[in-house]
Design a protein around this ligand. Structure first.
Ligand code: SDX
Length: 383
């Protein structure tokens, strides 16, 4: 290695690339704030639509502002026929996140504001995408189940309409409340990989749809948003609570990663996971044996992992670990978990993109070249 080799921060670990007023992730104390409001306060008192307004506007809405915002969201749920057709045709084999990524790209063809990257147009596109990504996710669930597309109902609130479009029936109020809280908990998380990826795309002065498409492709990975589906697959592989210890000890001995645990920033319990765990404690008394079984596996795995890797290695449950059992209890298929994560995170992605563009600077880091210089070219016949 040359003497002047610079310090390399692989994965940009510990690097601050910009300032932001949107979200504080306190990884040491396990705290999370959206514009200064703790996640516990918001989960207790707020809802997803109000948090979308907060993230996009930097303040909680007055009653009249929230009602106008809700009407605006409801008016943007429709999908172009061509997008519905693509979802239907792709749904047999394609991964649900690939369908979502493709649908967002296609939506730009029909968006009256595409080509306009002004702040006002970006705000309109952000609101539109919050509504449309939920519609695409529901439409994907319908198509994969071989069921017809359900038109949105503008009278329902955001999450209620999502469940209605997914199941084709008016959802139970407690299901709406549980899923609304899940959306709120997943709405924003500072410069995570998918948000950063969206910002990188936007920093070239590309456009909102391209930036959100980048973010969706990034979120899909099992080291990031895809961990929620992977964690459930592990729980299904464990099968019974009594198999949990053996399965996990075996996996760790084989240097496997237990999905849903560990975090680049949280070195203690992810506060979102703690809130979601509260739902699992209620699910322990479920009338559904399957749900009780899954819940007990998850709670046993949590206990074991904290004992084995929590205090000693700073590897604790993260937001993805308990999400799968909650979505399963709501009757949601595993392939929709990460699209639901995307449908929850779109306000956070959009908020950071619009904030960064206010003081835009092209993102272009360095990489340290440690190869040869000035090699002699050898013609192919002499190689
Ligand atoms: C999300 O950034 C965000 O904010 C993301 C997110 C958001 O809201 O946007 O919070 C959502 O993506 C949560 C994370 C979901 N991913 C997973 O659950 C996948 C499993 N977790 C890991 O792969 C890992 O913990 C990461 C990727 C999340 C973070 O990893 P780091 O910071 O890069 O740490 P590392 O991979 O260098 O691990 C350090 C050590 C390694 O051991 P050694 O090679 O040093 O011996 O800890 C081990 C790892 O093997 N380790 C684990 C582990 N996570 C880390 N070992 C077993 N199981 C795990 N889950």
């Amino acid at each position: 290695m040359m003497v002047d080799a610079p310090k390399i921060n692989q994965g940009l670990e510990g690097i601050y690339f910009t300032e932001s007023g949107i979200c504080k992730v306190d990884g040491i104390n396990g705290r999370l704030y959206y514009y200064g409001y703790s996640i516990e306060t918001l989960a207790e008192n707020s809802n997803f639509e109000e948090v979308c307004y907060l993230l996009l506007n930097g303040k909680l809405p007055k009653k009249s502002e929230l009602s106008a915002f809700r009407k605006n969201l409801a008016s943007e749920r429709e999908l172009p026929e061509e997008v519905i057709m693509m979802i239907k045709r792709a749904s047999k084999k394609a991964n649900a996140m690939d369908i979502l990524r493709s649908a967002v790209s296609m939506l730009s063809f029909f968006d009256e504001d595409s080509g306009d990257n002004s702040e006002a147009a970006n705000m309109r596109k952000s609101v539109r995408l919050i509504s449309q990504i939920a519609s695409v996710t529901a439409a994907t669930g319908r198509a994969k189940a071989g069921k017809a597309y359900v038109e949105p109902d503008p009278k329902m609130n955001h999450v209620e309409n999502f469940l209605y479009m997914l199941n084709g029936a008016k959802p139970e109020p407690d299901h709406v409340k549980i899923l609304d809280t899940m959306f709120l908990l997943h709405a924003e998380h500072s410069s995570n990989a998918s948000t950063f990826s969206g910002i990188v795309t936007a920093s070239t002065l590309s456009d909102m749809h391209s930036a959100i498409t980048s973010a969706i492709g990034t979120l899909k990975g099992p080291l990031h948003g895809g961990a929620d589906e992977a964690a459930l697959h592990m729980m299904n592989a464990i099968g019974k609570p009594e198999n949990t210890v053996h399965y996990i000890v075996d996996a760790l001995a084989g240097k496997k990663r237990i999905m849903g645990f560990g975090h680049r920033v949280y070195k203690t319990y992810d506060p979102r996971a703690r809130i979601i765990k509260g739902r699992l404690e209620e699910m322990q008394n479920s009338a559904d044996k399957e749900v009780r079984n899954l819940t007990n596996i998850a709670l046993q795995a949590e206990k074991l992992m904290i004992n084995k890797l929590g205090k000693s290695h700073g590897i604790w449950p993260n937001v993805d670990f308990f999400s799968g059992p909650v979505y399963t209890d709501l009757g949601i298929e595993d392939y929709l978990f990460t699209p639901i994560f995307a449908a929850s995170r779109i306000p956070g992605w959009a908020a950071h993109i619009m904030e960064y563009l206010k003081g835009n600077r092209l993102i272009r880091p360095l990489e340290y070249y440690d190869g040869a210089i000035g090699k002699k070219y050898v013609p192919i016949k002499e190689r």
